[in-house]
Design a protein around this ligand. Structure first.
Ligand code: IDP
Ligand code: MG
Length: 138
């Protein structure tokens, strides 16, 4: 047994398109458990911390502008091998490569508006959960 908790963000495009329920439902139906839920407007400071690994990339400014453009739904999702399992349900980064049946494959066409974020490793999950759930989880 390797129960893990990972961070999912329904990004501003997903919230604007009223996909929160659909996305939460997919994780719940798979058997994952919600341990934290928060609707928040991400500050520029938080967005820069969250995406720190991309700070040197040419699209960093666009990323910050987008993720701060409206509320996001932050989810702490727990379950057996949840970090990899959630990433596989989200699909490839570029929606052009995301398989049908994945969240991006079903709901997105643009790289810059690809609906969801999911932590990519144990270290990222720990770091990102502490940014979005600073008071800890239930
Ligand atoms: P991930 O979200 O699948 O983990 P990352 O490589 O960590 O993908 O990139 C973070 C986010 O930055 C992506 O989800 C995507 O929205 C955006 N992004 C990645 N590469 C580009 C790019 O080349 N141009 C614009 N946006 C990008
Ligand atoms: Mg990433």
């Amino acid at each position: 047994m390797a129960s893990e908790t990972t961070l999912v963000l329904v990004k501003p495009d997903g919230v604007r398109r009223a996909l929160c329920g659909e996305i939460v439902s997919r994780f719940e139906r798979r058997g994952y458990e919600l341990r934290g839920v928060r609707l928040l407007k991400v500050s520029r400071a938080l967005s820069r911390e969250h995406y720190a690994e991309h700070v040197e990339r040419p699209f960093f400014g666009e990323l910050v502008t987008f993720i701060t453009s409206g509320p996001v739904l932050a989810l702490a999702v727990r379950g057996e091998n949840a970090i990899l399992g959630v990433r596989s349900m989200i699909g490839a980064t570029h929606p052009a490569d995301s398989a049908p049946g994945t969240i991006r494959g079903d709901f997105a066409t643009l790289l810059s508006e690809n609906i969801v974020h999911g932590s990519d490793s144990k270290a990222s999950a720990k770091r990102e959960l502490s940014l979005f759930f600073p008071d800890g989880l239930l």
